[in-house]
Ligand binder design. Structure first.
Ligand code: SF4
Length: 254
């Protein structure tokens, strides 16, 4: 487990490492850069996951399943919000359904923790969870990332799967998502890209999302403006911060 500076969670847990580019939102993937650093430091789990191309780290497409990490959540006595797979995508094509089943068992056996699963592959998530009849767990939130209007279909795919909480991360927001349908989506996170080469986020795109949230009754969390130095740009929007979380009454009783 790693304590994390991600504003909307308490800890990260990575039963899988490694990924491949899925869409334009992945272009400056933080996990890809971090995996290259960990590989250079000799950390076994990250060996062979990235290669250098044009001076930048790129995924090789290989994923590592870390069975030992499945034992970790049971060792945390204090309840935490846990971001699952900050260094990968649990629903990457090369993660077998049997392994996802093992991750599900760990989450079922540790109901004190709240698990937040974020994927850019909600179609596969829906297919695997429905086909293999995975139980709906009260402590598991399912989410998808949407970076611009080209991938809004991910919201429909997310809506297709039963979940205690459904959420969307509009980060890195690189285009308007004014046509997004947020019905049955309980929580929306918004953030600009950060780090070298970060693409600009228009303030108007953020206002559009806030308005969509108010209409749909979706909790609105503004994470950051981003840019090269995200500390300098901060996370204040229209003079305040927005740290809303899904209301407990949104969380389905199962
Ligand atoms: S899906 Fe996530 S982890 Fe995978 S390349 Fe894209 S941003 Fe990175």
């Amino acid at each position: 487990m790693a304590e994390t500076s991600i504003e909307w969670t308490d800890a990260t847990w990575n039963p899988v490492a490694g990924c491949s580019i899925e869409s334009d939102g992945c272009k400056f993937c933080y996990a890809m850069r971090m995996a290259a650093r960990l590989e250079a430091m000799g950390v076994e789990k990250y060996q062979g996951l990235t290669r250098k191309s044009g001076g930048r780290a790129k995924w090789t497409g290989r994923v590592t399943l870390d069975r030992k990490s499945l034992l970790i959540p049971a060792t945390w006595s204090k309840a935490r919000r846990v971001f699952v797979n900050s260094m990968s995508d649990l629903f990457h094509e090369d993660v077998p359904a049997e392994f996802i089943r093992d991750v599900w068992s760990v989450m079922a056996e540790t109901p004190r923790h709240t698990y937040q699963i974020l994927t850019k592959r909600p179609r596969r998530m829906t297919e695997v969870l429905k086909r293999d009849d995975f139980p709906v767990l009260q402590n598991v939130w399912l989410g998808t990332s949407v970076e611009d209007g080209r991938v809004l279909a991910r919201l429909n795919e997310l809506r297709d799967v039963p979940a205690a909480v459904r959420f969307v991360s509009f980060e890195p927001l690189i285009g308007s998502v004014a046509k997004a349908n947020l019905s049955e989506i309980h929580w929306a996170i918004v953030g600009g890209e950060s780090g070298p080469g970060a693409r600009h986020m228009e303030p108007g795109w953020v206002d559009e999302i806030e308005a969509l949230c108010r209409r749909a009754g979706t909790a609105f969390f503004f994470k950051q403006w981003g840019g090269r130095n995200k500390k300098a740009t901060g996370r204040t929007l229209n003079g305040r911060t927005y740290d809303e979380m899904p209301a407990s009454e949104c969380i389905m009783q199962i």
